[in-house]
Write a protein that binds this ligand. Sequence first.
Ligand code: 4AD
Ligand code: MG
Length: 467
Amino acid sequence: MEKISRTKITDLLKREDFGAMVNVKGWVRTRRGSKQVCFIALNDGSTIHNVQVVVDLDRFDEAVLKDVTTGACLSVNGELVESVGSGQKVEVQAREIEVLGACDNTYPLQKKGHSMEFLREIAHLRPRTNTFGAVFRIRHNMAIAIHKFFHDRGFYYFHTPIITASDCEGAGQMFQVTTMNLYDLKKDKDGNIVYDNDFFGKQASLTVSGQLEGELAATALGAIYTFGPTFRAENSNTPRHLAEFWMVEPEVAFADLAELMDLEEEFIKYCVQWALDNCMDDLEFLNKMVDKGLLERLRGVVETDFVRLPYTEGIKILEEAVAGGKKFEFPVYWGCDLASEHERYLVEQHFRRPVIMTDYPKEIKAFYMKQNADGRTVQGTDVLFPQIGEIIGGSVREENYDKLMARIEELHIPMKDMWWYLDTRRYGTCPHAGFGLGFERLLLFVTGMANIRDVIPFPRTPRNAEF
Ligand code: 4AD
Ligand code: MG
């Protein structure tokens, strides 16, 4: 076959130099035709759109075409011509076709309209569908948007460790990391496992958050963000929980509660606007095929101000709703940890826009949050989104050594693992604040997908670590 340098389909579809000889490579989505002519829809992943390859059967040997089946990988040389019927402005009139990889007839993506559940079972092939191609292109774009947002504002990308000995959220939901022989564990006289001979010489786990190390960095570099994989061994089989997910965590020296909320709001709006500016083909596809209200919702969020609501006022609204006949599964009272039904009521029915809830009871939040003068609440914020519930959790941090220590003691957090964190409060402590955004929760919102397992390439959930 003549060597012509490859054009990606996304670029090819924009060309107008009809008559040029081009090469495209990609996978056959569909093949149809008659005795005289065969139409191949070819996709190379560079765009949601296929290019139509027209094969004049007089010019080609049947033998070449026998392997041109759904899923096969082709290289096509041909003439770029103006198209009338393909839905695109251009198509390729084939001159030479090489089958780079034939496709077994057991290929599971034959017919259209597979269920999301079925596609999860073939997660190794689902990126080849239109929906998952769109989702993963958007996922890439959101990662770029995140780096751009922070870089442009002078934040440094700081890499926090994945293996750690401290439980940031104190929720005991950590996956242990060990090289010990599980069949032959050394125990002390009280039956506790002895970790002296384990790889790190102490109990270690996968991180639930990069925040604690992020705080160290913020008190040196001023403003930083981490963006990496995060692990939680919570046994939650919901459409919004993963055991392995990605979290974006900025941390800012000298920021107060109002500045924290401004950053949270500006950040989410920037990411959504980025999708609207850079992913329109994919969003239009998802708007048509997955969620008819998607584009309207995305545009809505960019334009509306988020509500800022103290927890105590939120509880009042919920209690009034209950008094007015609204039924919730879980009880509402001051001090309760809001369930997602409560959060969604506030966001979807009461305010009908995103809500940043603040000043939670200290009992239901992590040890590091700054304590308010009332002695009961802390300067924590949750950003609550329609359909999703909590998308961001953040707070102003308790920078006062004594107050922080008191809280650590109250909660019986093992001190020996925390000495380095406490040093920040001893050596030039400063007010600071930060938040964590669940990357996949953002993607749920931006793509309109209903299940978090469908916005990460290879989801890890309870009893599932395939691929
Ligand atoms: O609210 P979380 O637990 O906050 C923290 O971890 C803080 N240390 C962050 C910080 O202040 N630097 O988690 C933050 C966000 C949640 O709002 C949610 O979007 C996401 O992480 N998240 C999950 N996403 C998917 N699956 C899970 N199991 C998640 N748990 C939390
Ligand atoms: Mg949270």
